[in-house]
Design a protein around this ligand. Sequence first.
Ligand code: ARG
Ligand code: ZN
Length: 860
Amino acid sequence: PVIYRADYQPPDWRVETVSLEFDLDLSATEVHATLGIVRNGDHDRAVRLDCDGALPQTLAVDGQPVNWRQEGSRIAFDVQGERAIVTLSTRIAPDTNTQLMGLFASNGMLCTQCEAEGFRRIIPFVDRPDNMSVYEVLLRADKSRFPVLLSNGALVESGDLDGGRHYARWRDPHPKPSYLFALVAGDLVATRDSFTTKSGTHVDLAIFVRAGDEGRTAHAMQALKASMAWDERVYGLEYDLPVFNIVAVSDFNMGAMENKGLNIFNSRYILADPDTATDYDYDAIEGVVAHEYFHNWSGNRVTCRDWFQLSLKEGFTVYRDQCFSADMGSEAVKRIEDVRMLRAAQFPEDAGPLAHPIRPDSYMEISNFYTSTVYNKGAEVIRMMATMAGPERFRAGCDLYFARHDGEAATCEDFVRAMEEGAGLDLGQFRRWYEQAGTPQVQARLEHDAATGTATLHLRQNFTPTPGQPAKPLMPIPLRTALIDRDMKAHRGEMLVVLTEAEQALSFTGYARAPVLSINRGFSAPVNLDVARASGDLPFLVRHDDDPFARYEALQQLVIDRLIADIADMDGPGAAQGHAVSLDEIIAVFGDLVSDQRLDDSMRAEILSLPTEAFLGEQMLIVRPEAIHVARKSLRKAIGSRLLNQWRIVHERASSVPYSLSREARGARKIKSLALGYIASAEAGDAAMVAFDQFARADNMTDRQGALAVLASMQADQRETALDSFYNRYQGNALVIDKWFSLQTGSAHPRVHEQMLELIRHKDFTLTNPNRVRALYWPFVSNQAVFHEASGRGYELLTDLVLKLDPLNPQTTARFIAPLGRWRRFDEARAAKMRDCLERILAQPGLSKDVTEQVVKSLE
Ligand code: ARG
Ligand code: ZN
């Protein structure tokens, strides 16, 4: 059952109007639909409606009952004439919907998730994004249990009914695909505000949460208003309805959903106050609120023709939310975070068995393609166009795209063409970024001729094959580049070098001394870069590059080179090759940066963080989990102990900054916990005391969690005391208890595996809440040394989860296959164990399509 992009056909019948009536109830909801359908094109084919678990109880065409037949996952019936009114009804049980797709129950409330193919679980429908309809929705429910009744668009009327029931009628004037339909019914409390658009339209804003959570919505509301203003200012795009509602739910498969006028959020991306949310949580909320709001244009007003085009809305919207967050905070820090995330999640995907282009060519289950590739690499592809065009021309390309395709279901090709015409770019070769999977490799080398004062930049691109794509044509790779004068410690201006050939050389004159190459500044292209450098160049860049990302990158590379050399040395002296700088030099660079006045604390903390073990693993052909763990730990210890006094000074200085959300105070909190981590790594005798002190005195979650994360990795009495006090303090607050689980399974404590076994049996662990499942298991599988313990028991634990969770929630389960799918990157003993686990999963009777697709591809 593989679906191919090349097979696209428009629908045979379109649904123009939809009228829905719901009699809502947790265990038995009745749905009646009236569909105005139109034959699409000159054909005599039957009407076919997608259907998943909700077969029609009644079905009539123009008032006459008709016989329908089942064809796989569709129902079919014949209609004469060009148009008809189809009426049908279903009966569904939201409280047994553990998949959380379609209409489901969460803590006594009812809500929907329809993207990508959830609407068909409510009623049979032309459930594809190129079918756009105008919706009217009538909701009826018990008034005391469901006092709030919401759907898309605007409320038209509401009132009481007999038997303690009430109703609300909603109408959305904008034609939309079914994946943007939403309804919510429950006992919820609203925080209200308003926004006036630049053309003067008043918009009522509301965020609905469970009673007791209303004190934690202010930041999300602030982010919403800032997003609305930003989209007007930066893209000229205004909101288009009189109401914008947001609802927070605690059982949700993903982050949030951009339903027209009624965004539904995982509560973790709405609820925040200083006592329960970290600065990082605050940023995530701001970013996701913006992301969903921006979808109103990039996604809803212009939607996707088919799901292969998903990156059209997701890549673009991620790019938009990244730029928004950069504007709200620090551009440099935001860029580093985004690149770190891309490298942690997307590069491995691109290098493994599940690699796919940002516009895939085929899929079995579309839910498996809400990937870091489609989202984050998709955003990088948009960013490259923006870089090549410059801000004004990029905006002109976007303007043309929105003007030309407003109200349409468009394709990635439509976007590229609008960008070509509007921005005046030739994107002929660039289209390959949509077609090819895999991370390009770029080699760079600067050659210097002292006699002529010429510096020549040699560039070369290479590709490794990915599944189904053995050979790859050349890509255009835009590299922001500068040549930094060694004496002046400055450059003559940054250039954009676009590498379009297999090999290219560019010469620059007037360099008596060889300059230092600063390339892929700002991470202008999502590539793996290999620069041939003289030793000493990286420390120079760390100290003097004016591009903050390039400084960060130089230090990361310096550390990676050293660690890779240390790991090679474990095989015997002299095994290490290359020109890694000495430990002394690394300590000296760190020492400079700890007190560098040009850095703000947030950037300082970013630069001074060591690459994760998993990221180091990615740099090796065959990952060596123990060696990486040992080498990184010993480098951390050296940096901690040899700079101990400096870390103590920083920690004390930062501890004296009072809590606020100012940039300075946030930076202080970030460097504070980083310094604490190094103090602990130094194994300073008082480290546990210092950490416990930070924990006990904390008046905010950032400091408290920062200290607890350090304690969780220590073998000290204070560890249990702090974990228990944290648990007791926040018992009943699901989002914070999630943190309590994650801190333990993501720690570097020697007994994480045993703790994991206890936590699986903990009374607060449940398989039915995706946040809780991810909180427990995701840090565990990302904890490389633990998950990849040679015994293989980490793999077994994950396999047990997959087998238990799949029958309940295939979509969330399928996300856990990729870690096992990386078996080719491990030694034969581990690889065999990982493959065994994949085989054990595949042998499970009734395995979901979601998990099957990922496992089969991982074994191929
Ligand atoms: N469109 C949503 C967003 O990115 C995510 C929907 C995810 N759907 C899914 N089936 N995984 O904002
Ligand atoms: Zn999105």
